[in-house]
Each structure stands twice: as C-alpha cells, then as structure tokens.
Design a protein around this ligand. Structure first.
Ligand code: NAP
Length: 307
C-alpha cells in the first residue's frame, strides 16, 4: 500500500520538494505507525533540504523530511501495548511529511484533552529542545535566564518552562515578538546592536544563565553577561559553541527528553497556562511554499502541514 508524501531527491531551494508516493511503513519492535493529521516545518528541515547539513548529516536521497507529528495510532509493533489503535497521539518521529509515519512509542504521548492536531504537532521538537536545554543549564528558581530568540518555537516554550520553575526570564526578539514575550511574563528586549547594554539595563548585576536559540553570533556577549562560559548553552550554533568554549546541546540517543517534554507541555495545557502560536496551516502538498515562508523569517508561530 502507498501513501502520499513530500520528498527531495537533491539538495537545493524549496523547489526541490516534490510530491511522491511511498510505501506505508510497517512498525517494528518498539514502534507505532501513525496516520498523520498534522506535521510541522522546523528549521532543521530547511537546513537538511538546502544541503547546509550535508557534511555532518549526509542523507539517503530521496529523503522525506519531517520531525514531529500528531495523528492516530494505526498499528503497533509486537511489544507495544500501551498505545491502542485509534489513540490520538503527538510526538517526535522521522519522515513525517507523509500520510503515514513510524514513531518510537516512547517518544509519543496521548494528545491532551481539548488540544487539536495542529497545536499538538507544533510542540514535540521545540518542547524537547527547550526542556533539555533548561535541564542541562540547571535553571533554578530565583535565577535570571537570558533567552536569545525567545519568541521562536523553542524560545516560547523555554520561556514558559523557565517561568514555571520560578526563574526570571529576559527574552530577546525582533520588534514584532516583544509583546508576545511580555504577555508570557518575560522581560523583553530587541536583538541587534547594543543588545548587551539593553540586557544590563534589565539585569544590572548580569544574568545567571543564557540559552541561545538564535545562532546569531550572540555567544561573546552572552559569556560577558553570565560571567562564565559554563553558564551559556546554544542549541543553534555548534561551530560558534566550539570557538567560544560553550556547550552545544544536540539531543538524540540517551539525551532525548521527549517523554519529559510531552509530559511538561501536557501539564501546562491541563492547567490552562500553555501559550502556543501557529503562523499558518497549509496542506502538505504546499510544503515548498511553507519552506519559503519559513525561510523569510519573522514567523509568529509554527507552520503546520496537514497531509
Ligand atoms: N540542537 C537541538 O537539539 C535543536 C532542537 C530544536 C531546534 N534547534 C535549533 O534551534 C534554533 C531555533 O529553532 P526554532 O524552532 O525556535 O526556530 P524559530 O521558531 O525560527 O525561532 C528562531 C527565533 O530567533 C529569532 N532571531 C533571529 N535572529 C536573532 C538574533 N540576532 N537574536 C535573537 N533572536 C533572533 C527569530 O526572530 P525573527 O524571525 O523575528 O527574526 C526567531 O523568533 C534553530 O536553529 C533550530 O535548528 C536545535
């Protein structure tokens, strides 16, 4: 049996994304097959498609992108008993630009009551990265956390997780993201020239920890503001991390925090304190258009693709 998907057969502009038909995959041990109702465009999808990551993460082409989904369990591997067919789930997966995709059962959770597929699909990757970064930075109550790119997908959830821990948050964003950050309960300032002075005006004694989700050459200032490279972590710029002696967190394998992150967002949702933004929902067939919109930047939320 076949299912519609979007794939690229060579690296390049969004135009390399083409409709294709793939075999409906069969779940192996520990896996679940999901009927995908929503997936998303993540920055990594753009980097993989363009070839920017080809030296570090060579792909088998043609390649079906997509890292997260919301949908319904259709079939389970022999040892998966806790996710019955029909269960509405969200989580991290691979090759989700398709009508059906496989996921590891331990990286899925039931969609919280009252959350729709697009909002559920928008959470797993950003929540996992945000949760992992706060854990690795050991962000604690009473500390001041500076988040670069705080109005983005990862940043928005990092702000909410950090505030829930009792930290004080200063977020950087473009002018359009400031009101969003203030509404979340963070202090906010625009990024760009003079950033360090603006942050010092908000935190005269400096900050305790810094999370960079921008990858925008902010590590030098961040080390000065925190006073120690050990208190700075980037999710976005491994090369700069190495050059500045700060941590880069990539997740995956034993470092994967998807289960914890899905539980954390479910708790925020159940307490009616989760804030999420969706920029646009497009049919999966318009994946190339979605990538163009994402590359233009200044999004006010995730772009959702609906197969
Ligand atoms: N290492 C990991 O495990 C991991 C996991 C998930 C994501 N990531 C990476 O984390 C990054 C963020 O992901 P995301 O999904 O949150 O992307 P996103 O939604 O596009 O957010 C990025 C944010 O950074 C802002 N920004 C751009 N230039 C900036 C600057 N100079 N200073 C401060 N903020 C700036 C953008 O604002 P404007 O668009 O308004 O300029 C945007 O709000 C990406 O590079 C992604 O690949 C890494």
């Amino acid at each position: 049996m076949h299912t519609d998907a979007i794939a690229f057969a060579g690296y390049g502009t969004p135009d390399v994304l083409e409709p294709t038909a793939i075999d409906v995959p069969d779940p192996g041990p520990g896996q679940v097959r999901i009927r995908v109702h929503a997936t998303t465009v993540n920055p990594l999808d753009l980097k993989l498609r363009s070839g920017a990551m080809a030296a570090f993460m060579p792909l088998n082409l043609p390649y079906v992108p997509g890292l997260e989904l919301a949908g319904n369990v259709e079939a389970s591997g022999p040892d998966v008993r806790h996710l019955a067919p029909g269960t509405a789930v969200f989580g991290a997966a691979s090759h989700t630009y398709a009508g059906f995709a496989l996921a590891d059962a331990h990286r899925l959770a039931p969609i919280p009551q009252g959350m729709d597929y697009p909002h559920a699909a928008a959470l797993p990757v950003a929540a996992e990265a945000a949760w992992r970064a706060l854990e690795e930075l050991d962000v604690d109550a009473g500390q001041i956390l500076l988040i670069h790119g705080a109005a983005g997908g990862v940043g928005t959830l990092a702000v909410q997780f950090a505030l829930a821990r009792g930290a004080r948050v200063i977020g950087t964003a473009s002018a359009t993201g400031i009101a969003h950050l203030t509404a979340l309960g963070a202090a906010a300032t625009t990024y760009g020239t003079g950033l360090a002075e603006r942050v010092r005006a908000l935190a005269p004694s400096g900050v305790d920890k810094v999370l960079d989700t921008s990858g925008a050459d902010v590590l030098h200032d961040s080390i000065e503001l925190a006073g120690n490279p050990d208190d700075v972590l980037t999710l976005a710029d491994p090369m700069a991390a190495q050059a500045h002696g700060v941590r880069f967190s990539s997740g995956g394998g034993a470092g994967d925090r998807t289960a914890d992150a899905l539980a954390a967002v479910s708790t925020l949702h159940d307490n009616a304190t989760l804030t999420q933004r969706i920029h646009q929902v497009l049919p999966l067939s318009q994946a190339a258009r979605a990538h163009r919109i994402a590359e233009a930047g200044h999004l006010d939320g995730k772009i959702i693709l609906a197969p």
